[in-house]
Design a protein around this ligand. Structure first.
Ligand code: G4P
Length: 284
């Protein structure tokens, strides 16, 4: 997984680049991870996008808990933000984007028609933090493989418009924004979903955070996957029990914490516990 360190200079540069791109476009497609829709949003997104019409795409919805994703749809809608739940890998949900984008542009299109101007295609830009699925989405919409953009602001590349159906044109280079680093919980949520590299936070801590969360929100899935009798013990004991069940032991029968953490995170990221969400509107 690629990773950049976001220093203030990088953030400023990324922001400048996006502001440039925004001048060319009508609608912003803000890509977020459906499993952590708020943690995977850039903290300054509202300020950066300003008044451009915006559509939030809840991506990787195949990996998220469908009931929780529904709650997020309501949450955003109550804030006046349109969302579409998508899976960029399979293309599920993407056929709705065009109509909603046109709808968001209705006033502008109506004005053009009033003035006797033939409305041109709606121009869109995909924005999101690294690893949220921007390239996958662009490739899916373009129906071909577009060269992957480096996750680094400042690498200039030629920009082209990709036709998506008859009425949308998409900039083929997405806008890359930095994730939230606001608090530890946000960091852990992003790490569990693989949005930030494991080296930034301690691997064992990330897995422990995951066990704590699963114990509370998805105890049945935890019990089923690791053959646990129950999950009422304190999180560390549950963690240790998982380690024991998985044979993560070192000499003397002690738990090999690192190995257990590795297994838990690998299982989560390869969806061995099924689709899960790591934050819900009621957390906020
Ligand atoms: P980025 O441009 O925003 O940095 O993200 P990118 O498209 O590279 O996607 C990051 C990872 O997320 C990729 O997996 C990609 O396949 C996966 N992904 C993107 N959208 C979806 C989705 O809707 N559902 C699921 N399940 N996965 C999605 P990878 O493991 O890094 O690469 P690969 O194994 O697909 O080659």
């Amino acid at each position: 997984m690629k990773q950049i360190q976001w220093f203030p200079g990088h953030m400023a540069k990324a922001r400048r680049e996006i502001t440039e791109k925004l001048k060319m476009i009508d609608v912003v497609f803000e890509l977020v991870d459906a499993r952590v829709p708020l943690s995977s949003r850039n903290p300054m997104i509202d300020e950066i996008v300003e008044h451009k019409p915006r559509l939030i795409l809840l991506n990787k919805s195949d990996m998220a808990d469908p009931a929780v994703t529904k709650q997020w749809e309501v949450y955003f809608s109550e804030k006046g933000l349109r969302t579409v739940t998508v899976n960029s890998k399979t293309g599920q949900g993407l056929n709705r984007i065009s109509d909603i984008a046109k709808d968001l542009m209705k006033d502008k299109i109506d004005k053009m028609i009033e003035k006797g101007i033939k409305p041109r295609a709606v121009r869109g830009l995909i924005l999101g933090i690294p690893n949220v699925g921007k390239s996958t989405l662009i490739n899916r919409l373009a129906n071909k493989k577009i060269a992957k953009t480096g996750d680094r602001p400042g690498i200039t590349q030629r920009q082209q418009w990709i036709k998506v159906g008859k009425e949308i044109e998409l900039l083929d280079t997405p806008g890359i924004l930095w994730p939230k680093f606001e608090d530890q919980t946000t960091g852990y949520r992003l790490a569990v979903t693989g949005a930030i590299k494991d080296e930034i936070l301690d691997f064992g801590d990330i897995a422990f955070f995951a066990v704590q969360y699963l114990k509370e929100m998805y105890p049945d899935k935890l019990m089923e996957r690791y053959n646990l009798e129950d999950t009422s013990a304190p999180p560390l004991e549950v963690f240790e029990e998982i380690g024991r069940k998985r044979g993560c032991l070192i000499k003397g029968g002690e738990i090999d914490y690192e190995k257990a953490a590795e297994i838990i995170l690998r299982d989560l990221r390869s969806e061995k516990l099924g689709p899960l969400s790591f934050e819900r509107p009621s957390d906020f």
